[in-house]
Design a protein around this ligand. Structure first.
Ligand SMILES: Cc1ncc(COP(=O)(O)O)c(C=O)c1O
Length: 489
């Protein structure tokens, strides 16, 4: 077995080639029993490996054959002690990480701007979040990661925490000094869990920031499907053993995973691993070149700005991934949303995301100069057609105070709630999630005490036209709170 081999994909193909007479699920039986149009669209090859965990094909819940072999090769490629395949996306891997280390009532140190799978895992596990504010970028209006200093402070105040969670890289490709964060957390025997949804590729090129496993983290939920060439929904969970046990992770992952694991997804993880391990460096060389050229050309378009290395140097911006193109459009006098819609309608271009001030475009091994030229041409036309604002747009990105947590998010989630006018909600415990995006930092989470200052913060943001998201009543006149639980009695 070596990185050129694909034990799972090869085993699956060999099984399918024998054309066994199937008296098992899936009932479409290699496509024969399904809708004709869909069958023809997908093709016989894909359908021949849409199988489930019959004995010859191993079992993701108790890997002992071809899945175990494929996971071992993945662990070697990712520099992990163990790699677990996930068919529940990175969300499933993130929930597994948190539930593997937190029991009900345990503390976990997390940045405030986390993905919803993290809040969900905090609710499921009954953990108590200790929030740290991420660093804000006033120029771009986005949040970065957390700083080693903030982690040090949190660990000092909460040495009994069961985990420090880090988002690394951020969606925008910015990384913190993860090695330093790991050293700090480990000096308290606290494991470091990394949301590496946007960083599968960084492990495979030395010009890219260090991956979670390279930095010594204990667990990393890594989206192979996002930037590593596997099919949507397939991810891995990497483990460095020591502070976290392999057996515990395996059993939690199994509890959160369907028993009907898709072999099409699993095989795509096996082959994506081979592609990354064998060709990753060369492919990423090309991507970095393509993206660097795109960045330079975007920066030569009047009123557009695409940050590069100059973004580095703050406590939270230790490294960056040049294959992410953050395109600030604020000086064109339009929002990122406007630009996204314009690109779709006028040029049939779809971007990764947009917000009030920016677009995010990603360059991957799936791109060539042709796509980049198309983007540059479209952006040049957009800039030429816009009415730019000549002065730098004032963008004071403030963060709300982190409210006091009166109940664990799980207790708040299961409590009886009532809807009351926002103006009467001071002192009550929020049952809802309220957030302004950007910068994507929640104002209230379930379980937190509503304060006058934070209601004022919501009002200011709404008046400034910033999207306040989350509550059922999107006018924000009303909010759901925990029923008859006065926080200050
Ligand atoms: C930062 C971050 N973490 C986790 C996830 C969840 O990944 P998945 O969609 O694979 O469940 C995402 C998805 O966009 C994300 O952006």
């Amino acid at each position: 077995m070596n990185q050129l081999t694909t034990p799972l994909f090869t085993g699956l193909k060999e099984h399918a080639a024998k054309k066994p007479t199937q008296f098992h699920i899936p009932g479409h039986k290699t496509g024969k029993g399904m809708d004709q149009e869909y069958r023809e669209f997908l093709g016989d090859s894909a359908l021949s490996i849409d199988l489930i965990n019959i004995e010859p094909l191993d079992d993701l819940h108790h890997p002992h054959g071809m899945i175990r072999d494929a996971q071992e090769l993945a662990a070697e490629a990712f520099g992990a002690d163990y790699t677990f395949f996930s068919v529940q996306g990175t969300s499933g891997a993130i929930m597994t990480m948190i539930m593997s280390v937190c029991h009900p009532g345990d503390k976990i140190i997390v940045p405030r701007n986390v993905h919803k799978s993290i809040t969900t895992a905090i609710i499921f596990s009954g953990a108590k979040p200790v929030f740290i504010h991420p660093e804000l970028d006033e120029k771009l209006g986005i949040s970065h990661g957390i700083t080693p200093k903030a982690v040090q402070k949190a660990c000092e105040a909460h040495p009994d925490a069961k985990g420090v969670l880090v988002i690394n890289p951020t969606y925008f490709g910015i990384t913190a000094d993860l090695t330093h964060i790991v050293e700090i957390a480990h000096s308290y025997d606290i494991p470091v869990l990394v949301d590496e949804a946007h960083g599968v590729h960084i492990h495979f090129h030395d010009q890219l920031p260090l991956s979670a496993m390279q930095a010594g983290a204990d667990l990393a939920a890594t989206s192979v499907h996002k930037l590593g060439g596997s099919l949507t929904q397939s991810s891995v969970l990497n483990l460095r053993e020591g502070l976290v046990s392999h057996g515990r992770v395996q059993s939690i992952l199994s509890m959160l995973t369907t028993t009907s694991t898709s072999y099409i997804l699993l095989a795509s993880l096996d082959t994506a691993r081979r592609h990354l391990a064998i060709n990753g460096k060369a492919l990423l060389d090309d991507c970095i070149k393509l993206a660097t050229n795109a960045r330079d050309r975007i920066n030569s378009i009047p009123h557009l700005y695409c940050p590069g290395e100059e973004i580095l140097g703050s406590d939270a911006t230790y490294g960056y991934d040049p294959t992410k193109l953050i395109i600030s459009v604020k000086n064109l006098g339009i929002t990122g949303y406007d630009a996204e819609v314009w690109l779709r309608k006028q040029h049939n271009i779809e971007v990764e995301l947009s917000d009030l001030y920016n677009l995010l475009c990603i360059i991957t091994p799936g791109d060539t100069q042709v796509e980049v030229d198309k983007l540059i041409h479209a952006l040049s036309t957009l800039a030429a057609e816009s009415t730019p604002t000549h002065q730098e747009k004032d963008m004071t990105v403030k963060v709300p105070d982190i409210p006091v947590l009166a109940l664990t998010p799980r207790d708040a989630f299961y409590a009886s709630t009532e809807r009351i006018p926002m103006k009467h909600a001071v002192g009550r415990i929020s049952a809802e999630f309220v957030m302004v995006y950007p910068p994507g930092i929640p104002i209230f989470l379930p379980g937190e005490i509503i304060t006058e200052d934070n209601i004022q913060y919501i009002k200011e943001n709404m008046e400034a036209g910033l999207p306040v998201q989350g509550p059922q009543d999107d006018t924000l006149e009303n909010i759901h709170v925990i029923k008859e639980q006065r926080a200050f009695q």
